[in-house]
Design a protein around this ligand. Structure first.
Ligand code: NAP
Length: 250
């Protein structure tokens, strides 16, 4: 559907769920994908799938909460392929569930470090590389919880709301330099983040919160993300795009 031939793309959190689906779709559409995640073996598995399907990919294990690792990730993209054009700052964690008045301080800092600081560290090094490449496009993975609250998830909700402001600001700063920056807001999506932590009863309950009657798939989030990265979205920057089965419509 999209043509990313000749483009290099970084995807963080690319060994699982939404990030994996995006990495596979970008590679199937011609991009050389730098598959980045915490665990090197998991990165290698996604790269092997891409190579098996005739695509181009490189594995790079990195913690998004480590700025030096984010700088090295961009250096890897440039040294492997010559330039960086696209990035999806997707890695994220849910954090513990607790009311705000009892939220553990270390858990708060961990979520903010990965979900918010990790995206800043990513863009901090991706943007200069995209300037060197003559332009680019970035998608930051937010959530429906970037625009509405959710009880017992204050750190996650705060991190995703902040991501929207960070995205808008970077978009304003770099629009004239040919770098577009957008955020995506999925509702509940069937990935290990959800399926490993919730019972089938809870998953069924979540499905009922979406007017469309089910939770989403990683591929449905990937379709929107790839559109925003593509030239078909050439006039879209600084905005937040829901893929939520109607969750936030009421
Ligand atoms: P997932 O299946 O758990 O995948 C996330 C990946 O990110 C995992 O491979 C995880 O590694 C990795 N990761 C975690 N911390 C990292 C770090 N510090 N540095 C680098 N990689 C790290 O989750 P997902 O559902 O695909 O979520 C992807 C993104 O979508 C997240 O930002 C999430 O907030 C957002 N989102 C998800 C949903 C949903 O319902 N699934 C809804 C809205 C938004 P480990 O497995 O080793 O921890």
């Amino acid at each position: 559907m999209f043509d990313f031939s000749g483009k290099t793309a970084i995807v963080t959190g690319a060994a699982s769920g939404i990030g994996e689906a995006i990495a596979l779709e970008l590679a199937a559409s011609g991009a050389h994908v730098i598959v980045s995640d915490l665990d090197a073996d998991h990165c290698d598995q996604v790269v092997a799938t891409i190579l098996d399907r005739g695509g181009k990919a490189t594995a790079f294990a990195a913690d998004v909460a480590d700025p030096a690792a984010m700088e090295a990730l961009v250096a890897c993209a440039e040294s492997e392929t010559g330039a960086l054009h696209l990035a999806v700052n997707n890695a994220g964690i849910g954090g513990v569930q607790a009311p705000t008045g009892e939220y553990p301080l270390d858990a708060w800092h961990k979520v903010i470090n990965v979900n918010l600081n990790g995206v800043f560290y990513g863009m901090r090094y991706q943007i200069p590389a995209m300037e060197r490449a003559g332009g680019g496009a970035i998608v930051n993975m937010a959530s429906i919880l970037g625009s509405v609250g959710f009880a017992n998830s204050s750190a996650y909700v705060a991190s995703k709301h902040a991501l929207l402001g960070l995205t808008k600001t970077a978009a304003m700063e770099y629009a004239a330099k040919g770098i577009r920056v957008n955020s995506v807001g999925p509702a509940f999506i069937a990935t290990p983040l959800l399926t490993n932590n919730l019972s089938q009863d809870m998953l069924d309950g979540l499905a009922g919160l979406h007017p469309i009657g089910r939770i989403g798939t990683p591929e449905e989030v990937s379709a929107l993300t790839c559109f925003l990265l593509s030239e078909r979205a050439s006039f879209i920057t600084g905005s937040y795009h829901l893929v939520d089965g109607g969750y936030t419509a009421p």
